[in-house]
Design a protein around this ligand. Sequence first.
Ligand code: AMP
Ligand code: ZN
Length: 468
Amino acid sequence: MKVYNTLSRQKEEFVPLEEGKVKMYVCGPTVYNFIHIGNARPMIVFDTVRRYMEYKGYEVNFVSNFTDVDDKIIKKAMEEGVTAQEISQRYIAECKKDMAAMNVKPATSHPLATEEIGGMLEMISTLIEKGYAYPAADGTVYFRTRKFEEYGKLSHKNLDDLQAGHREIKVAGEEKEDPLDFVLWKPKKEGEPYWESPWCQGRPGWHIECSVMSKKYLGEEIDIHAGGEDLIFPHHENEIAQSESCNGKIFAKYWLHNGFLNIDNKKMSKSLGNFFTVREISEKYDLQVLRFFMLGAHYRSPLNFSGELMEAAKSGLERIRNGAENLKHLSKNAREGQIDPKEQGIWEESQGFVAKFEAAMDDDFNTADGISAIFELVKFINTNVDGDSSKELLGNLRERLCQLCGILGIIAEGKEEILDVEIEKLIAERQAARKEKNFARADEIRGLLLEQGIILEDTREGVKWKRA
Ligand code: AMP
Ligand code: ZN
């Protein structure tokens, strides 16, 4: 399997640090609003990367954070007259609903920045001890960028060019030793959430959050670190500087970045106001169509969003679904009995499309070509089965088609809805697990239910649930 590594600007053979296991961290959203479909792109593409790795037999430990302390969250809280925590919790819950509706699997862990402050204080202290960071008189702690000799290795930027860009923007009152130094910890302003620290009452900078959460949940060295390409600089460059200076080890082996989702060739973003939320799109389309649309392009290419392309995705998805539906329908009245030699030939020939799909995905997750292979399989199925086909062949082909779609997180067949009694049973099991302090199992059950679009709410009167 080959993956394009931003670090080397080349496709490289994927070799995990530990055989059979993948440690993967994807930078998650800052939660102060509903997510837009630009934010959904990394969620969908890296969920697909995860699913493909799992299909290949890897055990994937997939960590994705929520940035729940940030200027934008605080601003929104002030506007609404509520706490920052109320804002972040509200939008984390909404984001999880959107993710479930896009069939994005819950991460193995979804850490919150505000729950990891202890680890951040520890890492900052280590960086100060090692001479990589320093507190200024006002309590701000800065990273000494020039001290990390490999700074710029991810974004392929040169320190002197960066320096030139900074020359004019020395901000009054800042006490940096060097304009390139960046913030690890900053003093609180009036009315802002804050934590105690050896340097001042304050809060962490954004970059340190990911270095710390990645280390805590995955260890000092990980296989894949991913996010949108806007995160390459400065966010990921700074994460590398912090983690490698602190731990003395290579932080991540492969750096994967998705291209932008654009509108009229401009990046979709909250600040430009040119966005659609996932929730808005869900009013017009099944979100499987959105997923199918996103995967129709290579994850590193820019992708323009338009109504026409969504309509094309919708009819493409229908073509696949009709193929699966047809197999189901034929199977109902099909003859019992086993595959005959002619059918055996059809079955073996259909393996060729799986090979084609895998070859596409092995080539840096080329989902666009993967989808073409699925279309070809559908066409092959439609021309090779009829009312005389055996139940076994129909069933096997259906499974093959659904499996390939499933790797992309595309549901080829309408799922049977999970029944209320099954939900209640799982909730009871979760309660029992919690009583026994088996929180891992309790969280797992919550995740399983979320995958089915069931959202749990722990209230004083007990657990309530609803369908997303
Ligand atoms: P943010 O909440 O802005 O930190 O973004 C969360 C994730 O969404 C990051 O990985 C961003 O790179 C990604 N992202 C934001 N806007 C877009 C876009 N228009 N296209 C693709 N990815 C995006
Ligand atoms: Zn990050």
